[in-house]
Write a protein that binds this ligand. Sequence first.
Ligand SMILES: [Zn+2]
Length: 256
Amino acid sequence: MVRQEIPILMYHHVVPADKVSPLAPFAVSADLFSRQLTWLQLAGFHTVTLGEFFDLREAKKRCEKREKLLIITFDDCPANLLEHAVPELIRRGMTATFFAVAGKPGENNDWDRGEGAPEIPLMSSGDLKSLADGGFEIGSHGMSHANLRKCSPEQIRWELKESREILEDTIGRAVQFLAYPYGEYPEGYAGYCREAGYRGAVSIFSPVRTVTTDPYCMRRVLVHEGDNGMRFRFKMSRLYQRLRYYVDKRVLRADG
Ligand SMILES: [Zn+2]
């Protein structure tokens, strides 16, 4: 059986070292990213996409590398990943899942403009198609990067279904997974996801003890520039995945 408690890493931007701080904590430097991948390889981690992980789990296959499965995800699909992350993954034969905002290919990530966040160019439709053709998995990050907890039921349905259909047209393949913008999942999230045709969804926090038990609310590990050496190793451990449940409980309680 495939373990339920595998690390699902969440990255956003991978940029040159001098560009990290304005994007913190959602950026890692290209140099650190490369070192993290090298460490993951040396430690024997084997990357799979979310779709591959679900296939393995549903087939109840014994996976030889079951102790060391790992899912790498990227949110927002900024164009900087094409230069600094994708070549590093390809060079090492590693795979990943990229969550794109379906209403904004080729535009900027302008959804946090009001908060003063720097605007960064996003991948184009052609870029997403090339990634999918190259064997990477493309998932949906909604239509407009709206916080789904603040949306009406109609808006939620539109964000989920429309984005899946647009991305499927773009890449010519099924889009099976969703990443909730800001990690914020609405009440009744599993029903909305099922209705919109998703096989699974990732958040940041999860109310469930193990990482992947709830297919529509899987917990992820945010990786940032401070995740160096021992700290990164610890975040990859089973102990950390378990402890996160208690941290998440506190955060979710505080959120109401
Ligand atoms: Zn996002």
